[in-house]
Design a protein. Sequence first.
Lengths: 115, 113
Amino acid sequence: EVQLGESGGGLVQPGGSLRLSCAASGFTFGSFWMMWVRQAPGKGLEWVALINQDGSEKYYVDSVKGRFTISRDNAQNSVYLQMNSLRAEDTAVYYCVRGQWGANWGQGTLVTVSS
Amino acid sequence: DVVLTQSPLSLPVTPGQPASISCRSSQSLVHSDGNTYLHWFQQRPGQSPRRLIYKVSNRDSGVPDRFSGSGSGTDFTLKISRVEAEDVGVYYCMQGTHWPPYTFGGGTKVEIK
Protein backbone atom coordinates (compact mmCIF):
# COMPACT_ATOMS: atom_id res chain seq x y z
CA GLU A 1 0.00 0.00 0.00
CA VAL A 2 1.32 3.42 -0.98
CA GLN A 3 1.80 5.69 2.01
CA LEU A 4 2.94 9.33 2.09
CA GLY A 5 3.47 11.06 5.39
CA GLU A 6 4.16 14.78 5.59
CA SER A 7 5.68 16.55 8.56
CA GLY A 8 7.32 19.84 9.44
CA GLY A 9 4.39 22.21 9.26
CA GLY A 10 3.61 24.77 11.92
CA LEU A 11 3.29 28.44 12.77
CA VAL A 12 5.99 30.74 11.44
CA GLN A 13 6.36 34.50 11.25
CA PRO A 14 6.44 36.31 7.92
CA GLY A 15 9.93 36.15 6.49
CA GLY A 16 10.68 32.93 8.33
CA SER A 17 11.57 29.47 7.08
CA LEU A 18 10.24 25.93 7.35
CA ARG A 19 11.31 22.60 5.93
CA LEU A 20 8.62 20.11 5.06
CA SER A 21 9.37 16.41 4.80
CA CYS A 22 7.48 13.57 3.18
CA ALA A 23 8.27 9.95 3.98
CA ALA A 24 7.17 7.50 1.33
CA SER A 25 6.60 3.77 1.43
CA GLY A 26 4.83 1.03 -0.48
CA PHE A 27 6.37 1.74 -3.87
CA THR A 28 9.74 2.08 -5.57
CA PHE A 29 10.32 5.69 -4.56
CA GLY A 30 13.26 6.35 -6.85
CA SER A 31 11.18 5.49 -9.93
CA PHE A 32 8.65 8.27 -9.52
CA TRP A 33 8.43 12.01 -9.97
CA MET A 34 7.16 13.66 -6.79
CA MET A 35 5.40 16.95 -6.24
CA TRP A 36 3.98 19.28 -3.62
CA VAL A 37 0.48 20.71 -3.91
CA ARG A 38 -1.03 23.19 -1.47
CA GLN A 39 -4.50 24.24 -0.44
CA ALA A 40 -5.14 27.53 1.31
CA PRO A 41 -7.90 27.44 3.94
CA GLY A 42 -11.28 27.07 2.23
CA LYS A 43 -9.70 27.32 -1.22
CA GLY A 44 -8.83 25.06 -4.12
CA LEU A 45 -5.70 23.14 -5.05
CA GLU A 46 -2.50 24.79 -6.27
CA TRP A 47 0.52 22.95 -7.66
CA VAL A 48 3.72 24.16 -5.98
CA ALA A 49 6.75 22.14 -7.07
CA LEU A 50 7.86 19.02 -8.94
CA ILE A 51 11.04 16.93 -8.91
CA ASN A 52 12.09 14.11 -11.20
CA GLN A 53 13.34 10.69 -10.20
CA ASP A 54 17.00 11.56 -9.59
CA GLY A 55 16.51 15.16 -8.54
CA SER A 56 18.13 16.64 -11.64
CA GLU A 57 14.97 18.43 -12.77
CA LYS A 58 12.96 20.77 -10.55
CA TYR A 59 10.02 23.00 -11.41
CA TYR A 60 8.09 25.60 -9.43
CA VAL A 61 5.00 27.74 -9.64
CA ASP A 62 6.03 31.34 -10.27
CA SER A 63 4.85 32.57 -6.87
CA VAL A 64 7.44 30.46 -5.00
CA LYS A 65 10.41 30.62 -7.37
CA GLY A 66 13.52 31.78 -5.57
CA ARG A 67 11.96 31.12 -2.16
CA PHE A 68 11.11 27.40 -2.15
CA THR A 69 13.39 24.47 -2.97
CA ILE A 70 12.25 20.92 -3.60
CA SER A 71 14.70 18.07 -3.04
CA ARG A 72 14.71 14.35 -2.45
CA ASP A 73 16.76 11.58 -0.86
CA ASN A 74 16.08 8.29 -2.60
CA ALA A 75 18.06 6.37 0.01
CA GLN A 76 15.68 7.68 2.66
CA ASN A 77 12.55 7.46 0.44
CA SER A 78 11.85 11.08 1.22
CA VAL A 79 11.06 14.33 -0.53
CA TYR A 80 11.44 17.76 1.01
CA LEU A 81 10.27 21.32 0.54
CA GLN A 82 12.49 24.05 1.95
CA MET A 83 10.43 27.20 2.28
CA ASN A 84 12.16 30.54 2.90
CA SER A 85 10.95 34.13 3.02
CA LEU A 86 7.48 32.90 3.90
CA ARG A 87 4.51 35.16 3.33
CA ALA A 88 0.97 35.21 4.68
CA GLU A 89 -0.27 33.95 1.30
CA ASP A 90 1.80 30.77 1.73
CA THR A 91 -0.55 29.70 4.52
CA ALA A 92 -1.99 26.37 3.40
CA VAL A 93 -2.11 22.64 3.86
CA TYR A 94 0.82 21.21 1.89
CA TYR A 95 0.34 17.79 0.31
CA CYS A 96 3.04 15.44 -0.88
CA VAL A 97 1.91 13.73 -4.12
CA ARG A 98 3.27 10.74 -6.01
CA GLY A 99 3.74 11.06 -9.73
CA GLN A 100 3.03 13.69 -12.31
CA TRP A 101 -0.56 12.52 -12.59
CA GLY A 102 -1.38 12.85 -8.87
CA ALA A 103 -1.77 9.13 -8.23
CA ASN A 104 -1.46 9.26 -4.42
CA TRP A 105 -1.65 12.02 -1.82
CA GLY A 106 -0.49 12.31 1.76
CA GLN A 107 -2.64 13.60 4.61
CA GLY A 108 -1.05 17.04 4.39
CA THR A 109 0.72 19.31 6.84
CA LEU A 110 -0.54 22.77 7.78
CA VAL A 111 1.73 25.77 7.39
CA THR A 112 0.54 29.00 8.99
CA VAL A 113 2.43 32.22 8.29
CA SER A 114 1.37 34.87 10.75
CA SER A 115 2.80 37.33 13.24
CA ASP B 1 -0.74 29.07 -18.28
CA VAL B 2 -3.65 26.75 -18.96
CA VAL B 3 -6.85 27.81 -17.24
CA LEU B 4 -9.37 25.12 -16.33
CA THR B 5 -12.92 26.30 -15.77
CA GLN B 6 -15.26 23.96 -13.92
CA SER B 7 -19.03 24.17 -13.85
CA PRO B 8 -21.21 24.25 -11.96
CA LEU B 9 -19.57 25.58 -8.79
CA SER B 10 -22.16 23.77 -6.69
CA LEU B 11 -24.22 20.72 -7.56
CA PRO B 12 -27.07 19.61 -5.30
CA VAL B 13 -28.10 16.09 -6.23
CA THR B 14 -30.82 13.69 -5.11
CA PRO B 15 -29.42 10.26 -4.12
CA GLY B 16 -29.77 7.81 -6.96
CA GLN B 17 -29.83 10.54 -9.58
CA PRO B 18 -27.01 11.27 -12.03
CA ALA B 19 -24.56 14.16 -11.80
CA SER B 20 -22.29 15.76 -14.36
CA ILE B 21 -19.36 18.13 -13.91
CA SER B 22 -17.75 20.05 -16.74
CA CYS B 23 -14.11 21.06 -17.07
CA ARG B 24 -13.18 23.37 -19.93
CA SER B 25 -9.61 24.22 -20.82
CA SER B 26 -8.26 27.47 -22.27
CA GLN B 27 -6.33 25.42 -24.82
CA SER B 28 -6.29 21.91 -26.19
CA LEU B 29 -4.95 19.34 -23.73
CA VAL B 30 -3.76 16.94 -26.41
CA HIS B 31 -0.03 16.42 -25.87
CA SER B 32 2.42 16.06 -28.72
CA ASP B 33 2.73 12.39 -27.72
CA GLY B 34 -0.96 11.91 -28.50
CA ASN B 35 -2.10 11.55 -24.90
CA THR B 36 -4.43 13.91 -23.06
CA TYR B 37 -3.30 14.51 -19.50
CA LEU B 38 -6.56 15.51 -17.86
CA HIS B 39 -7.30 13.94 -14.48
CA TRP B 40 -10.12 14.10 -11.93
CA PHE B 41 -9.88 14.17 -8.14
CA GLN B 42 -12.37 13.84 -5.31
CA GLN B 43 -11.90 15.56 -1.97
CA ARG B 44 -14.33 14.43 0.69
CA PRO B 45 -14.91 16.75 3.66
CA GLY B 46 -11.88 16.76 5.95
CA GLN B 47 -9.87 14.42 3.72
CA SER B 48 -7.00 14.65 1.26
CA PRO B 49 -7.73 14.60 -2.45
CA ARG B 50 -7.98 11.21 -4.11
CA ARG B 51 -7.59 10.57 -7.81
CA LEU B 52 -10.62 9.03 -9.50
CA ILE B 53 -9.84 9.24 -13.21
CA TYR B 54 -6.57 9.66 -15.10
CA LYS B 55 -5.99 10.60 -18.73
CA VAL B 56 -9.63 11.57 -19.34
CA SER B 57 -11.35 8.24 -18.92
CA ASN B 58 -9.27 5.70 -17.00
CA ARG B 59 -10.77 4.83 -13.65
CA ASP B 60 -8.38 4.26 -10.74
CA SER B 61 -8.36 0.98 -8.85
CA GLY B 62 -11.10 0.83 -6.25
CA VAL B 63 -13.14 3.63 -7.79
CA PRO B 64 -16.78 2.62 -8.22
CA ASP B 65 -17.88 2.16 -11.80
CA ARG B 66 -20.59 4.77 -11.34
CA PHE B 67 -17.81 7.31 -11.95
CA SER B 68 -16.81 7.91 -15.56
CA GLY B 69 -14.78 10.46 -17.45
CA SER B 70 -15.05 11.58 -21.03
CA GLY B 71 -14.13 14.39 -23.38
CA SER B 72 -11.46 15.57 -25.73
CA GLY B 73 -9.51 18.64 -26.74
CA THR B 74 -10.78 21.38 -24.45
CA ASP B 75 -14.03 19.94 -23.07
CA PHE B 76 -14.18 17.24 -20.43
CA THR B 77 -16.84 15.73 -18.20
CA LEU B 78 -16.96 13.71 -15.02
CA LYS B 79 -20.20 11.79 -14.60
CA ILE B 80 -21.65 10.01 -11.60
CA SER B 81 -24.37 7.66 -12.83
CA ARG B 82 -26.18 7.37 -9.50
CA VAL B 83 -25.04 9.64 -6.70
CA GLU B 84 -24.60 8.12 -3.26
CA ALA B 85 -24.18 9.88 0.08
CA GLU B 86 -20.46 9.03 0.15
CA ASP B 87 -19.92 11.04 -3.06
CA VAL B 88 -20.36 14.34 -1.21
CA GLY B 89 -17.30 16.52 -1.57
CA VAL B 90 -15.41 18.75 -3.96
CA TYR B 91 -14.27 17.51 -7.35
CA TYR B 92 -11.30 18.97 -9.21
CA CYS B 93 -9.93 18.51 -12.69
CA MET B 94 -6.19 18.90 -13.29
CA GLN B 95 -4.12 19.18 -16.45
CA GLY B 96 -0.61 17.87 -16.94
CA THR B 97 -0.20 18.45 -20.65
CA HIS B 98 1.23 21.98 -20.68
CA TRP B 99 3.54 22.26 -17.71
CA PRO B 100 4.94 23.90 -15.74
CA PRO B 101 2.74 24.84 -14.13
CA TYR B 102 0.28 22.04 -13.56
CA THR B 103 -3.11 23.63 -13.09
CA PHE B 104 -6.35 22.69 -11.39
CA GLY B 105 -9.92 23.71 -11.98
CA GLY B 106 -11.60 25.74 -9.28
CA GLY B 107 -13.60 22.80 -7.98
CA THR B 108 -17.24 21.68 -7.97
CA LYS B 109 -18.98 21.01 -4.68
CA VAL B 110 -21.36 18.05 -4.80
CA GLU B 111 -23.94 17.96 -2.05
CA ILE B 112 -27.00 15.91 -1.31
CA LYS B 113 -30.38 17.59 -1.62
